[in-house]
Design a protein around this ligand. Structure first.
Ligand code: URA
Length: 239
């Protein structure tokens, strides 16, 4: 989403000069927007779309790191658009931060903790297999879960021709024919949890991500979101 800014404000926020100093630089004809000298004070630009140069050196827009925790409901897709007109995560997260993208994805039928950020490096780092960021899920499956099946999941099962890494699997309860489990994995393969249970002949009937690393969904309402604090953002950066 483009953000319209006054040119002098853009230059000041980018650390080129004070607002007044920026006005002088503009008046002196030292500023180009998309290759064209702009001398009018009060000119506006679209940060992120326009290229601003001072003395022929590009001045980048300063962006503050934004990380949002969203409690995705089931029945919406982790994408900006859907060719079938289904709800997307941006029908819920309506905030005016340019370039806010989901960190990985949750399936249409999966609910729970999804992070969104405008920091591409952070997003890549969190998703990269080498980071081994843990993700914890509440899982419900039909039928009992005997110990040997739990052991199989913990040790790793083969999905898409490759074994999953060791995971933590805890049986919480078995009530009325339904097993409830807590599963923590450190990978993020496509539909990983559902596929892991398929291998042991159990269909997942409910899946909710409740934590990413030490960040917990807590009492965030379904469909709601909150901004992470600077402390939480630095925790993610240091994972
Ligand atoms: N595993 C799945 O099967 N689905 C998700 O959305 C996330 C993890």
């Amino acid at each position: 989403m483009a953000k319209i800014s006054r040119l002098n404000k853009y230059l000041a926020e980018s650390g080129v000069a004070s607002r007044r100093g920026a006005d002088q630089i503009i008046a002196d004809g030292r500023v180009k927007v998309n290759g064209v000298v702009v001398k009018e004070l009060g000119s506006k630009i679209e940060s992120f779309n326009d290229t601003v140069m001072v003395d022929d050196v590009i001045v980048k827009a300063v962006t503050r790191d934004v990380v949002v925790m969203f409690n995705k409901p089931k029945g919406c897709i982790t994408s900006a658009n859907d060719e079938f007109g289904r709800k997307t995560i941006f029908d819920y997260v309506k905030i005016d931060t340019p370039r806010l993208f989901p960190v990985g994805r949750l399936d249409f039928e999966t609910e729970g903790l999804l992070l969104l950020t405008n920091n591409g490096d952070l997003s890549n780092k969190l998703m990269h297999p080498s980071s081994e960021v843990s993700k914890t899920y509440l899982v419900k499956v039909e039928g009992e879960m005997p110990e040997h099946k739990l052991a199989q999941l913990r040790k790793g099962v083969e999905i898409d021709g490759q074994a999953t890494k060791r995971s933590k699997v805890k049986l919480i309860e078995y009530v009325d024919g339904i097993s409830r489990l807590q599963v923590t994995i450190s990978e993020g393969r496509n539909r990983q949890v559902r596929k892991m249970f398929e291998v042991i002949d159990r269909e997942v009937i409910f899946l909710k991500r409740v934590a990413v690393g030490d960040l917990k969904l807590g009492g965030l309402s379904r469909g709601g979101h909150r901004y992470l604090s600077d402390y939480e953002i630095s925790y993610l950066k240091n994972l």
